[in-house]
Design a binder for this molecule. Structure first.
Ligand SMILES: CC(=O)SCCNC(=O)CCNC(=O)[C@H](O)C(C)(C)COP(=O)(O)OP(=O)(O)OC[C@H]1O[C@@H](n2cnc3c(N)ncnc32)[C@H](O)[C@@H]1OP(=O)(O)O
Length: 414
C-alpha cells in the first residue's frame, strides 16, 4: 500500500522531526529543547507527513510569507520548506504528491505565489518553479582595498554606533520592512526570525554565537542601516591578526547608509578579510573600494524560487519600467498559473486580465517567474529558447517593462 499523506498530529510531531533530521542527514534524534523550539515555529495545519506502517517517511511544511515586488507592493506567498523523503522511499512520487496537494490548498487559500529556497537545483523546475533572484557570495581582501584606514566615520553627517542584539531586535524589523519596500525579492521576517537571529531562540542544529553589530544613523538621527557580523578569531604564527569577518546581515535604506556600513566593515582593525555569503550579484561593494578587484564574487547561485498561483494578481501587483500593453500566453503544465493575459501598464496603474487576443509573447510559467522580479532579460531567455516572440518588438518592450534598475535580492534562506 502506498504511504498515506496527511497533516501531522501533535503526538506524531517528534516522529516527523526525526524524519526531517534524517532526511537532512543530521543526528536523527532531536533534543527535548530543540523539539520545543522547532515545534513553537510549526503550524501543524500546514505540516504534511507521509506515513508508512505508522512511521513518518516524508516531511513538508509551509508558512505564510509576503514577497516584495518591484514598486514596493507585497504579494502573499506560500513559503515551502522542510521537504524530505526517506532514503527508503525516494523516487516513488512522494514529493510530487505532497507538492500537488499543497499547491492546490495554497491556491484555494488565495496565495499569489509559492516560494522556496532549493537544496539542489534540479528538484523544483518540474513543479513550475524557477529562480527569481540570484545570490552572490563576495570575499574582500582588505589589505588590497585601498581604503583610507585613518578615516573614522561617514563623511555625510551620519554616524555609525555599535549595537547589541537587543538594539537589533528592537530596530531591525522596521528597518527591514522599509528596505524591503525598495528591494524586490525580499521576504517577510517573522518575530521568530529575529529571535533566532539574535539568540533569544536557539537550536543545536544551527549553533548561534553572539555576533558584533552596528547601526547607521542619518544626520537627523534616524536609523537607516544595520550590519551584523562575526569574526573567526584567527592569528598567524608571527602573532599577526588574520581575522575574517562574516557578514550575517547588512540592510541599508539609503546609499549613504550602504556606503558607510561597507566602509565600517572593511575598516575593522585585526580584520584582513570579509566574507559576504548572500548579496545581490550587482551589489555596489566593489565600486565602493578604491581597488574594486579586492572584492571578488566567489559564487553566484539561484536565490528565491517562485511559482505562480494567481498570475494576473501577481503581474498587476508590480510596477513596470515603461508603458506597455502585452498579451502573454503562459503555459503551466501543472495548472494554477497558466492562461492568456493582457498586461496593460501605464504611469496611472496596471491591470492584468484574461484575454483571447493574439499573444505577443508565449512562455512557460517558470520563464515568467525568472522575469517577474526583474532579475532576467527577456532577450536572454528567448536566446535560450525559453520564450517565444510572436509580434515584432515585443521582446524589447518586455525588456524595458520587466527589468529593474538594480537586481532583485533576497538575503534570507528559509
Ligand atoms: C524547499 C526545501 O525544503 S529544499 C530541501 C529538499 N530536500 C532534500 O534535498 C533532502 C534530500 N532529498 C530528498 O529528500 C528527496 O530526494 C526529494 C525530497 C528531493 C525528492 O523526493 P522524491 O519523493 O524522491 O521525489 P519524487 O519521487 O516525487 O520525484 C519526482 C521527480 O523529480 C525527480 N527528482 C526528485 N528529486 C530529485 C533530485 N534531487 N534531483 C533530480 N531529480 C529529482 C525524480 O527523478 C522524479 O522525476 P520523474 O518524474 O521524471 O521520474
Amino acid at each position: 500500500m502506498s504511504p498515506e499523506i496527511r497533516t501531522v498530529t501533535e503526538s506524531e510531531y517528534p516522529d516527523w522531526m526525526r524524519a526531517l533530521a534524517t532526511g537532512f542527514l543530521m543526528p536523527p534524534t532531536p533534543s527535548e529543547q530543540d523539539l520545543k523550539v522547532r515545534r513553537s515555529g510549526t503550524d501543524l495545519d500546514r505540516t504534511l507527513g507521509a506515513f508508512d506502517g505508522g512511521r513518518c517517511v516524508a516531511t513538508y511544511r509551509t508558512h505564510p510569507q509576503w514577497l516584495s515586488v518591484p514598486g514596493g507592493a507585497r504579494v502573499d506567498a506560500n513559503a515551502i520548506t522542510n521537504i524530505t523523503v526517506a532514503s527508503t522511499h525516494r523516487r516513488r512520487g512522494l514529493l510530487s504528491r505532497m507538492m500537488a496537494r499543497d499547491l492546490a490548498v495554497a491556491k484555494e487559500r488565495g496565495d499569489v505565489v509559492a516560494t522556496l529556497t532549493s537544496a539542489e537545483y534540479p528538484i523544483y523546475g518540474r513543479f513550475g518553479f524557477a529562480p527569481a533572484t540570484s545570490m552572490a557570495a563576495w570575499t574582500v581582501d582588505l589589505p588590497r582595498t585601498g581604503l583610507d584606514r585613518r578615516a573614522t566615520g561617514p563623511a555625510c553627517g551620519g554616524r555609525i554606533d555599535l549595537a547589541d542584539m537587543a538594539d537589533i531586535r528592537a530596530l531591525g524589523p522596521a528597518l527591514h520592512e522599509r528596505v524591503a519596500a525598495l528591494t524586490p525579492g525580499m521576504v517577510s521576517r517573522s518575530e521568530r526570525w529575529w529571535q533566532l537571529a539574535t539568540g533569544v531562540l536557539q537550536v543545536s542544529s544551527d549553533p548561534w554565537t553572539e555576533p558584533l553589530s552596528a547601526l547607521y544613523r542619518s544626520a537627523s538621527g534616524e536609523v537607516e542601516g544595520l550590519v551584523v557580523y562575526a569574526a573567526d578569531g584567527k592569528w598567524n604564527d608571527a602573532q599577526q591578526p588574520l581575522n575574517t569577518l562574516t557578514v550575517r546581515d547588512l540592510l541599508a535604506l539609503t546609499p549613504a547608509a550602504e556606503r558607510a556600513l561597507w566602509h565600517h566593515v572593511c575598516s575593522v582593525d585585526w580584520a584582513t578579510g570579509v566574507e559576504v555569503p548572500r548579496r545581490a550579484p550587482d551589489d555596489v561593494l566593489p565600486l565602493l573600494l578604491p581597488d574594486p578587484r579586492a572584492a571578488r564574487t566567489t559564487s553566484i547561485i539561484d536565490g528565491i524560487w517562485l511559482r505562480f498561483l494567481d498570475t494576473p494578481r501577481a503581474l498587476a501587483a508590480r510596477t513596470y519600467g515603461t508603458t506597455a500593453s502585452l498579451v502573454l500566453d503562459i503555459r503551466d503544465e501543472l495548472g494554477h498559473g497558466g492562461g492568456r493575459f493582457l498586461l496593460d501598464t501605464t504611469p496611472e496603474g496596471t491591470t492584468c486580465t484574461t484575454t483571447t487576443r493574439t499573444p505577443d509573447l508565449t512562455l512557460p510559467a517558470p520563464t515568467l517567474a525568472r522575469l517577474y522580479l526583474g532579475d532576467e532579460s527577456p532577450h536572454r531567455l528567448a536566446a535560450l529558447g525559453l520564450l517565444e516572440e510572436n509580434s515584432a518588438g515585443a521582446l524589447t518592450l518586455a525588456d524595458h517593462a520587466f527589468r529593474t534598475p538594480r537586481r532583485p535580492w533576497c538575503p534570507d534562506v528559509f
